[in-house]
Design a protein. Structure first.
Length: 488
């Protein structure tokens, strides 16, 4: 009963005109930065932090939170329509969302993304309200060895379930890992693989790599703006699974929306009776990841609100906003500032409702983009990509690197090498290296640490089982036949 009483108090605070206004501003800004590639919630929140000094703490947090989870909604729009991920967590949405758009089904893809995001956001917010403290304690059980094992499992699953040749998929993962470690060693500060090019000292940005993907011309007519009964039938289970997985991974420090979206796509492809349809316009490949990234974005607030531990860069900035206001983040916030804690949670429901109301009517306007002749649209996309990449660090070298990756992406497409394993390797590579080295330092160089801790051992055993299974001739032959049937 205390939870409901606290939520009632939270809604009373969140429904004030001032807080509703800042929730609306946050949702609008979040949607815009999600649509515009290269900006992202981290840069936007960092720029707005000084403004929050003149706001009351709750209004500031409501606005910044709206920017973060609003960006997850907006990121799916350009991912589906023009194959440009506005957000890192929207990369997976490109794989099937863009193919749906090519088939004239951009409307259902956008609608399922919005509805799945709304459902996942509401459920994840309920989880925050009911189970935040015990879930935060579970998250603390994840150390470097557990994170490393989880990422190993994710990479192996992505490789095994990748379309086409297994050897090519492994090569793409290795390629992504190698690109991911370019830059400065986080432990020693030594430059690695930069070839004496100063601009590479900070590594290659994710957005630069993602922009170098292949862009295809399509002229299909958009037939329906709303999902059919069959679409809902195919996607509802994916939404539920994505919500559950995203809620769990979002709690983990370092998890959040990014790992959730990749994990959900892997799960959906694994459980599907027609995995060969993934990458070719499977609506489950949109519903699962979009639900997961929104659920992950919401539950990533749990360690920040209950323990004062930032799970990602955005949560670190949110803690900064609290400290600017003179509030020490941690367990005491729930007891000493209940109106702040419960008001923020209530505002998340309001914000999710605002976002779905904003996004669903815009579906018709977004799909109008597909009626623009491609000879006009393609140069605009190129300019848009260049501006987005340049805005990251005001460095023209980044635009040049993007062009190089565009050429590499062209050759990968010609060689039928799927980009998803490479992107996953690129994103997880630095995190894997960091957690591997931390685990080895803590264990004094003992590699058995990955098998002596229960959670870590479970992920490593699952990885070994997956590798062993795909190595068996019968299973490998069945996998090859499934993808061959798709290509026929």
């Amino acid at each position: 009963m205390d939870v409901f009483a606290n939520l009632w108090m939270g809604f009373g605070v969140a429904f004030s005109l001032q807080n509703l206004f800042y929730a609306f501003i946050g949702c609008i800004l979040g949607t815009l930065i999600g649509v515009l590639p290269g900006i992202g919630p981290v840069a936007t929140i960092a720029m707005l932090l000084p403004i929050t000094f003149n706001l009351n703490p709750l209004s500031a947090l409501i606005m910044l939170a709206g920017i973060y989870y609003g960006a997850q909604y907006g990121g799916s729009t350009t991912a589906i329509l023009v194959n440009i991920p506005g957000e890192a967590s929207s990369v997976v949405t490109c794989l099937d969302g863009y193919q749906m758009a090519r088939q004239g089904r951009a409307g259902p893809a956008l609608a399922v993304a919005a509805l799945g995001s709304f459902f996942a956001g509401c459920v994840a917010t309920l989880i925050i309200a009911v189970a935040a403290p015990p879930l935060a304690e579970v998250a603390l059980k994840f150390g470097p060895s557990e994170y490393f094992s989880l990422m190993v499992f994710g990479l192996i699953a992505a490789t095994v379930l990748a379309h086409g040749s297994l050897v090519k998929a492994i090569a793409m993962v290795v390629w992504g890992l190698l690109f991911g470690i370019i830059g400065t060693d986080v432990n020693s500060g030594v430059l690695r693989f930069t070839f004496d090019i100063p601009e590479l000292s900070d590594g290659i940005g994710f957005v630069i790599v993602a922009m170098g993907e292949k862009r295809e011309i399509f002229t299909s007519k958009v037939k329906n703006l709303w999902p059919s009964k069959e679409d809902f039938k195919q996607s509802w289970a994916s939404v539920l699974r994505g919500t559950a997985l995203g809620s769990a991974l979002g709690i983990l420090p370092g998890g959040g929306a990014l790992l959730a979206s990749f994990g959900a796509y892997t799960v959906e492809k694994k459980l599907s009776s027609h995995p060969e349809k993934f990458g070719k316009g499977a609506i489950e490949g949109v519903a699962g990841p979009e639900s997961a990234n929104n659920a992950g974005a919401q539950t990533s607030f749990i360690p920040m609100l209950t323990l004062g531990i930032p799970g990602n860069a955005v949560m670190a900035l949110m803690i900064g906003a609290l400290m600017i206001q003179g509030i020490a983040p941690g367990p005491q916030v729930m007891n000493e500032k209940p109106e702040l804690f419960w008001g923020l949670i209530a505002s998340m429901w309001i914000g999710n409702l605002m976002l779905v109301v904003l996004n669903l009517p815009l579906i018709g306007m977004w799909v109008k983009l597909l009626t623009v002749p491609y000879r006009y649209l393609f140069p605009s996309i190129l300019v848009f990509m260049a501006i987005g990449v340049y805005s990251l660090s005001n460095n023209p070298f980044d635009v040049l690197i993007m062009a190089v990756f565009g050429i590499l992406g062209y050759f990968c497409a010609k060689l039928e090498c799927e980009p998803a394993p490479m992107i996953l390797g690129f994103i997880l590579g630095p995190l894997m290296e960091e957690n591997l080295r931390r685990a080895m330092l803590l264990s004094r160089g003992d590699p058995t640490v990955f098998f002596t801790k229960p959670i870590s051992a479970a992920f490593m055993i699952a990885s070994l089982i997956l590798l062993t299974a795909v190595a068996l001739p019968a299973i490998r032959r069945k996998r090859d036949e499934a993808f061959a049937a798709e290509d026929a």
